[in-house]
Design a protein around this ligand. Structure first.
Ligand code: ADP
Length: 290
């Protein structure tokens, strides 16, 4: 409003104000044109890691950032379904690089668009490493503020390859509030620590069910926050359990796009802003590699 009236005073009739994200980059970029690489992990499957990755990635674009999403959950890639791009084939550009699909403003690469669904893959170490390398270096990602990586649950082999091939801005842990889930999530924390990737924060998913303005903490309250305190990292937010989140994932229209006014979409957007804030702070601290 202030900007508008100030500009009107100097004689402009029609103005349009565009807000963009000014994303601060670390001193050394992890890959040409890419400012931040963030890996999203969980200790086990089913806690909503892929759902969180998809909604966070889109939420970051809604803040004005350029975002890529790499579905590196090679054992159970689900991002193609979340983005409704199961049938799409990846193209190759004139430099023989894979061209990501574009959905909801995001550049998306999923294993599901490379290997036919249902085809069993045997991932021997060198093949896995080569595939991750290709995903990073032989994809026409273009200029990105954030490359979000959806990791496979549990195992540490993709983390290991990533840490050898590039420098992550950090890892993010998705957990549910129960103690059992947190014990599993600690494994994900350990795997990042072992490869010297710092933890940017914890997101708690399926935190509560909200009805008529009343929140019921089905699986107990405060587990994710406790975990963040224990690891001296940021607590990025609580995501409610909601039908719209599940339906959004199944139908290929994630809730931040499909029901943008809903409290659950707002929870994802707030978590994305918190993540961006953490990255901005960490950019000051990320020193060039020796
Ligand atoms: P993971 O990647 O950890 O294996 P997914 O993201 O595939 O988990 O989620 C598992 C299932 O739970 C999916 O059907 C998804 O739609 C659902 N789900 C995830 N988060 C929520 C939520 N906050 N509310 C409702 N359903 C959810």
């Amino acid at each position: 409003g202030d900007v508008r009236s100030a500009i009107h005073k100097i004689g402009a009739a029609e103005i349009e104000v565009h807000f963009g994200a000014q994303v601060r980059a670390p001193q050394n970029l992890p890959l040409p044109g890419i400012k931040h690489i963030v890996a999203i992990a969980s200790g086990k499957g089913g806690v909503g890691k892929s759902t969180v990755a998809a909604n966070l990635a889109i939420a970051l674009t809604l803040e004005g950032a350029h975002v890529g999403l790499l579905d590196a959950d090679i054992y159970g890639p689900s991002q193609a379904q979340m983005f409704g791009s199961q049938g799409s084939k990846l193209m190759v550009d004139d430099q023989k690089r894979m061209v990501p699909l574009e959905r909801y403003g995001i550049k998306l690469i999923s294993m599901a668009n490379i290997v036919p669904p249902g085809q069993a893959m045997v991932w021997r170490g060198p093949i896995l490493h080569g595939t991750i390398k290709q995903f990073l270096q032989e994809v026409a990602w273009g200029d990105l503020d954030y490359l979000i990586i959806d990791l496979p649950p549990g195992t540490g082999d993709v983390q290991l390859s990533l840490s050898q091939l590039t420098r992550l801005s950090g890892g993010l842990i998705v957990t549910t509030p129960q103690d059992v889930a947190r014990i599993d999530a600690e494994r994900a924390v350990d795997m990042f620590k072992r490869v010297q990737v710092n933890i940017l924060g914890v997101i708690e998913n399926m935190s509560y069910f909200e009805q008529n303005g009343h929140k019921t903490y089905i699986f107990g309250q405060g587990g994710g926050r406790k975990m963040a305190e224990q690891y001296k990292t940021a607590f990025l937010g609580e995501i409610p359990i909601a039908l719209s989140v599940r339906e959004g994932g199944d139908s290929g229209v994630p809730v931040v796009v499909g029901a943008p006014q809903s409290p659950e979409a707002e929870a994802f957007r707030q978590a994305a802003r918190n993540l961006a804030g953490q990255l901005s702070m960490h950019s000051y601290l990320l020193l060039p590699m020796a």
